[in-house]
Ligand binder design. Sequence first.
Ligand code: G4P
Length: 526
Amino acid sequence: MSLEKEIKRRRTFAIISHPDAGKTTLTEKLLLFGGAIHVAGAVKSNKIKKTATSDFMEIERQRGISVSTAVMGFEYKDVKINILDTPGHEDFAEDTYRTLTAVDSVIIVIDQAKGVETQTRKLMNVCRMRNTPVIVFINKMDRNGKDPFELLDDIESELKIKVRPLSWPISSGSTFKGVYNLYEQKLCLFFSEDKQSLSDDIIRIDDVNSPELDQYIKPFTNRFREELELVKGVYHDFEIDKYLSGELAPVFFGSALNNFGVQELLDCFIQIAPHPRPTVTDAREISPFEEKLTGFVFKIFANMDPNHRDRLAFLKICSGTFERNKFYHHVRLDKDFRFSSPNAFMADKKSIVDFAYPGDIIGLHDTGSFRIGDTLTEGEILKFKGIPNFSPELFRYIENADPMKSKQLAKGVDQLMDEGVAQLFIQKSNGRKIIGTVGALQFEVIQHRLEHEYNATCRYESISLHKACWIESDNKAQIEDFRKRKFNNLAVDKHGREVFLADSPYSLQMAQEKFPDIKFYFTSEF
Ligand code: G4P
C-alpha cells in the first residue's frame, strides 16, 4: 500500500472526559466493535480511585496499566484506528495535555446527568489551543438526566464550541428506547439486556414518519417527531469543514455500558474524523505525506522494571515511513540512533514493528537519551511545537534527606522531570530547588519513585506560591527593574528560562499592571 493510502486510512485520537463519565467503558466498547477484544472488562480502568492517594501500590498498578493501554491500535472497516489513552485522575492532567498534542482529533464523553464538568472544561481549553476537531458523546442515556436541548446549550456555552447533534435520543432513563441517527437517517433501537457482548438486535427504520415507528417507541413517537423538527430548526446542517477546523462539534447520544449508540459513533467517526494532519515545527510546517521521517516524543515511561533501567519513549510519527534498524537523527543531541525493536501497539498487546506510518505511535526502548518534546528526523534540524509545560499550581521545596545520596537524588529528579512528572525551578536568590506540579499526588509519586528507582530520599518543605509563569520582554530597562524588585520571586526552569513565582493572584496582577511590557506566560511555549 502506498504511503498516501496508509496515511489516509489512519485515525489517531484520544477519548477525554471528567472522571467517571464513561471514558474507559466507551474505549472498551470501541475495541469490542473493532474486534480488538472479545469480552468486556479487558481494558482495565487506569484511574486511581479517589481514596487511594497514599496507596503506592495503586500508583504502581496505575503505571503498569498505563503502559499496556497507552496506545490501543486496531483495524475497523479497513481503517487503522489508534486510541491514545489519557490518565483518568485529574492530578495527572498534564500528561493528558501532552497526549493531546499527539492526536488528530478527540472524542469528549459527557455524563448526561452531570453535563459539562471541570475536567472536561480544562481539557477542551487545550483542544481549543490547537483547533483539534472534537466529537461529543453524551453517555449514560439509560439514566435519568438533563433534557437533550439543555445539555447541548450547556456544551455550547461551557465548552465554547458550536454543536450539531448527529444522533437523537428517544427518551432516557428506564424508558430509553434508542437513538435516531441523523447522519444516516436511520432509527436504531437497542436492548439493554445484552451488556457484555455485541448485540445483533439492532432494528433499523429508515423513515421516521413510518407508522411502524409506533410499535417500537410508543408513547414517545410524537414527542420524538417534534424534537426532530426542532433540531432541524435550531441547528444548521452539519458542515464537515467546521468540524475539522475545531469550530463545530458533532454530538452523539448513547450509553456506552449498554452499547447504545456506540457503533453509530464509530461509523461516523471513521468517515469524518481527520487523517494525520500537517504539524507545525519551529522551522516550517510538515505535511504527513512528505517522504522523509519526522516525529516527536510526547510520553516517556521509565523504570517499569526496577532491575533494569528501561525506558519506553512514545514517538508520534508526523511524516514519512519509520523503518526498523534505520538511522534517525535525534535533533537535540545531534546524534544518530537506530532502533532494533520498536514497538507497535495493537489493543492490549505490543509487538515489534518493521514499518510505521504518520499517525502511528511507536515505543522506542531508551536508556535515557529522550525527553518529552524530542524530535527525530532524517537529518533536518527542526523542533515540533505544541508540547508545552503548563504553569504548575502546587509547589514545594525539595531537599536531599540523605547527604550520601545526593548524586542519586540529582539523577532521579532529572529523569523524572524528563518524563514530565513535574517541573523543577531553581530559585535565583538562594539556589533552592522547587518542584511544581498540577496535582498533589505527584509529590508522593516523586518521593516514592526516587526511593524505589533511584535509591534516594527527599524531603519536602512547604512554600506558599500561587503560580509560576514564564516571563519575557523586549523592554530591557523594564525587565531589569523587575528583576531587581522581584529578585526573591525569580527562578529558572530546567532549560534556563526565567520564571516569576507569584505569591498570590494579587501579586501577579500587580506585576502585570506595573510592568506592562513584560509578558507573563502560563505555558512554557511562547
Ligand atoms: P471513566 O473512565 O470516565 O472514569 O469512567 P468509566 O468508564 O470507568 O465509568 C464510570 C462508571 O460509569 C462505571 O461504573 C461504569 O460502569 C459506569 N458507566 C459507564 N457508561 C455507562 C452508561 O452508559 N450507563 C450507566 N448507567 N453507567 C455507565 P462504576 O460502578 O464506577 O464502575 P464498575 O464497577 O461498573 O466498573
